[in-house]
Design a protein around this ligand. Sequence first.
Ligand SMILES: *Cc1c(COP(=O)(O)O)cnc(C)c1O
Length: 343
Amino acid sequence: MEKKDIDWGSIGFGYMPTDYSYVSNYRDGEWDEGTLTPDHTVTLSECAGILHYCQEVFEGLKAYTTKSGDIVCFRPDLNAERMYDSAKRICMPPFPVDRFIDAVKQVVKANAAWVPPFGSGAALYIRPVMFATGVVIGVKPATEYQFRIFVTPVGPYYSGGVKPVALKVSEYDRAAPHGTGNIKAGLNYAMSLYPSVEAHEQGFADNMFLDPATRTYVEESGGANFLFVTSDHKVVYPKSSTDSILPSITRRSLVHIARDMGYDYEHRPVRFDEISNFTECGMCGTAAVISPVGKVVNTDGTEIVFGDGMEKAGPVLTALRTQLTEIQTGVLEGPEGWVVKIC
Ligand SMILES: *Cc1c(COP(=O)(O)O)cnc(C)c1O
């Protein structure tokens, strides 16, 4: 198989159609057998449920080439389970977990020429998405859906080395208490676009959202979970009393690794007014693994600076990041089942 002629180091994070997508449709109460398709467009009724009542959920994971030349992906079972839970929460028929994993394997294999080589820092981004195609005009769940996976090569998140970012505390909330903040649905992102654009315009990388009920506790950023580290190297990550944090697979994996490496860890509500006691802060997600946070600026302009601030990432998060990246790329052996070989 010959790789596509692409300058892998400079592709950035954009959409590039590849050879195949995977598609399966739900009709008459069941999912069809599913197939690969070279057609990267979707044709919908103007009355499709997705367009009116926003029944849509998605996932994001990556395939990449390991040191030994295998094409692998990372813990796709957790993406499958999370999408299953997301779908149920907004009354969509969940796509079976085993079929999700099989579909990921099929579509990555069919696009093997688009998987960046080992060492490039680039990866093949995999975007499963599911949405209501059936017509609805009265408010109710649709009866027809499409499950689709497209893939697109993405460049290294950090090309000039890992750099700390600055965040602002948002005056807006990302999700309602006991709403849909804990599922991966596009509707949560629609809510966060306005504060996200505002943060970018003001020179911040992202927002820190506080708990929507009391605005006392730290929740997460627009698309990543937080990890904090204490001065005695304990890893602390926020628990939401309103169930409005999305369970990040990267964060769960990092906490697991932290435990294996002998760090103490704690999952508990984290008050905003205590974060100045932490020496490190990072945002975790598939895109960047960990983005170190150098400082957080509160709504009144006061600044909280972690460790060396905007200079460099702290030692514990750097160690965790290196460990996870090396497991993902097959340099180190990780826990059983984390790295799944595709071809
Ligand atoms: C996807 C997402 C994350 C990160 O999850 P990963 O599984 O680590 O990629 C965190 N927060 C939100 C709101 C998300 O949508």
